[in-house]
Ligand binder design. Sequence first.
Ligand code: SF4
Ligand code: SF4
Length: 695
Amino acid sequence: MLHQLLFILVSVISLVVFIYTVRRYYRFFKLTKKYPLSDWGKRIQIMIKVALGQTKIFRFPLVGLFHALTFWAFCALLFVVAEMIFDGFLGKEKVFSFMGGFYNFMTATGDVAAFIVMILIIIFLFRRNYLNIKRFEGVEMTHKNHNDAHVALTLILLVVFTLLGMNTFYIKLMENEGSEILGVYPVSRVFALFWTSENHGIMELVYQGMWWTHILTIFAFANILPYSKHFHVFLSIPNVLLSRLQPLGMLDADHRITHEVKLMMNPDTAFAPAPEGQVIERFGVKDVEDLTWKNYMDSLTCTQCGRCTSVCPANITGKLLSPRKIFINLRARMNEIGPELVKNGKDFTDNKSLIRDYVTEEELWACTTCNACAQECPVNINHPTLSVDMRRYLVMEESKAPSGLNAIFANIENNGAPWQYAQSDRLKWYNDWSEKDQYPLPVMADLASQGKSPEYLFWVGSAGAYDDRYKKVSRSFVKILNHLKIDFAVLGTEEIDTADAARRAGNEMLYQMQTLMIIEMLKAYGVKKIVTCCPHDYNTFKNEYPVFDGHFEVEHHSQFLAKQLEKGNLVLKDSFKGQRLTFHDPCYLGRGNGDYTSPRKVLESLQVNMVEMRRHKSFALCCGAGGGQMFKEAEKGSKEVYAERTDEALETNCQIIATACPFCMVMLTDGLKYKNKIEEIKNYDIAELVEMNLA
Ligand code: SF4
Ligand code: SF4
């Protein structure tokens, strides 16, 4: 009876403390903005795969196996914990034993799981303290963060140790009394062999000690977790369930801006009121009140594992940016300002903000939006979307961006290209070509005037039209299209930049202006299918235009070529047969849209000797150009990202580096020049390789 009363008292105290914590977080969540949720079927599938199946953790197999085993073992232990709580409340023992065979199975699983967790936690503690793992370090990993980890791991160790101890002494007591042992305990049975004393009183004392230590540790653990990095124990499954469903390459549109843009583009609507919920208080994210509740939940779920930072090209090359730090700091900022906002209302200010006081501009501008961090995060946190939101604040509220980015904003606005080239020169790449007479290039406006509409629009892109190196790729692709007798046309001097780089640099206003103009033009020409050599534009058309009612069938040129090969329309020679070739995955074709096979299919058809880089496919390192980086000075670091990626390519001893993106082409060509390898090793786009092998 005393045991039962004591248990009820302890449970009530724990519950009250827990409710206080939940209430505190609930008030913080109320400070944040909406984040719409839909498509629950897909969400449940992702939760089963990523959270319960631990698929992302297995990207690094050995450590992944250890973590996954710990997670699954924890799940198995829930049954045992639930029974103990019922036992405690009812003042009985083994209340679930009426379940018979199932009970035996669950107790056996719990016993083995406790042993596995005990071993793994010892390994984790050893690894954390003695193996000098780089991803556990970083400026954001303070003494407190390390302590948090130690406290949580030690508590888990205590939970499983006391469970095994409890089981062991339960067996001894039952044997000593000659009573039936309820449940099956394979590991504890072995441990019980080592206890030779028959003193019943001592056995009872140790059993009770283990029981109480076990349950009190669980209650303490449950109340400490929400204040530590191990909050993920509670939040990781719901966080994965509620995670972003869009392809990694896609950015969300701020539709409050769409209204502003439409007003600018169409003065007739100048007095139209903003749609409900679309009144703009502030563009982008400056501080916690600009975040969505999901951003905040992400910060609470972050396990601080550092997988994101360990694959971040900016961090790898010594820059300040660490994606993990952004979420650690977001949580810290809410802890600082949240109570004041709750107490004094939303207008309270402490003259600090998330941007600058917690996340510096230097960190924000170093991001290439390569999505390596989001790809790796085991709890599906998406870092680049938040970084871009913060850039949106800097650009649209404070007009603050590195000078190189300000220049592309002005150029795109004035002449429809990131560089200072005249719009009227958009077709110079073709007009100046000595072979142009052999390879006709129909222009949309001409065809439209004849009442014709081609099957494909070849979207050349700004680099394809103006960059000296990439003009050659555009020409190669025109040769291929002619060779295949594809019914196609280009927009010619009517084409303007999609402003994809401007968008990722935070200028959502400019991006939406370009987008609405392009969609209107494409619709006017009745465009249905688009093919482009630029994965950034491909991603924009495919993922981002439908949100603005621009629905087109889009193919990256590697996908187009792979299909032509499959259909048997494209037959290639083997002039590069046996040559060592490595392929650099463009982030916006690979991670952004999950296509790693199309370019490889094309390259394999050339019968080259394909050699993969150390980091390839979804692990591939960015070339360093994305997110507007190509147009600005890199932030201070130990190395340029393009040099790091070129080193990885050179490690393969390749003769050819193949790319499939104008940005990657520029960066890797720079890398080869920097390494004095430009004469020795060729850098070709896959369109050029195919064109040189047309049969
Ligand atoms: S998107 Fe790429 S560059 Fe940006 S934080 Fe993530 S890994 Fe780093
Ligand atoms: S954001 Fe994700 S990958 Fe990065 S430290 Fe947190 S949990 Fe790990």
